[in-house]
Design a protein around this ligand. Sequence first.
Ligand code: THG
Length: 274
Amino acid sequence: MIIVGERINSTRKPITAALEARDADHIINEARRQWEAGATYLDVNTAMMRAAEPEVMAWVIELIQAELPDALVAIDSADPVAVEAGFKVHKGRPLLNSINGEKQRMDALIPLIREYSPRVIGLTINDGGITQDADSRYRIGTELIELLTKNQVDLDDIFIDPLIFPVSAELQAGNVSLAIMRRLKENYPGVHTICGLSNISFGLPERKLINQVYMILAMGHGLDAAIIDPLDRRMMASITTVNTLLGQDKVCRNYLKAYRSGDLNLDPTTMAAE
Ligand code: THG
């Protein structure tokens, strides 16, 4: 499972404040904790910085990679200027979060993808807007795969996000995204699927429980990357366990390693303070 740590997101109040104040210690601390918990990519969302987005994106990426030289960033911005500012300073291959099927966005981002060869997340939305229909979102996913491969992006570097909507508002929201994941993996072996989970539980109590159970279902339908909080120990223990149960953990090595390091002990009386 490829884990994208979601915590450096400007829609979170402590992060907005830290970005505005250019508080390097706060950002490095968030980066380090997620990296040590097992994140492969650290998502950096700068949306709330508005005009300062490009400068802040470059600042955060340089800060993270100076401190954690092997860490990679998921550049999470709707502003192509901020995306390019990020690509310019990033060492190694970043993950672009994201492109979608909207023509204007595509026209701005395809030349940057050709120049910098990032890995790419594609959202299943286009100029027709968001649909609640599995067939049309699946089709947008396939169109993104065709377009990216035509522009020299390998299947292994493409992550399709089926989008997740609240099950409290739309009865079939959970099933629709699961069906899209399964169909993409069946018809495009080698492509990755990814999602942020937290929308699924919007409007309901005990959201962490819902997110965790949906993660298990999604992994059963072929989800192989996720944008989550890697400091959520219960979520991380579930992911380790599902990997083992789905035959992705030879001689149960990772499961036993997690056991020995205490990561599978979720008893609140002995659990390390968060
Ligand atoms: N797909 C893709 N990218 C994404 C998303 C997605 N990027 C943003 C988002 N969705 C995933 N990232 C976050 C980051 C933080 C939080 C949720 C998702 C978060 N949520 C708490 C909540 O919802 O209650 C707020 C807690 C807090 O404020 O600390 O923090 O779907 N490709």
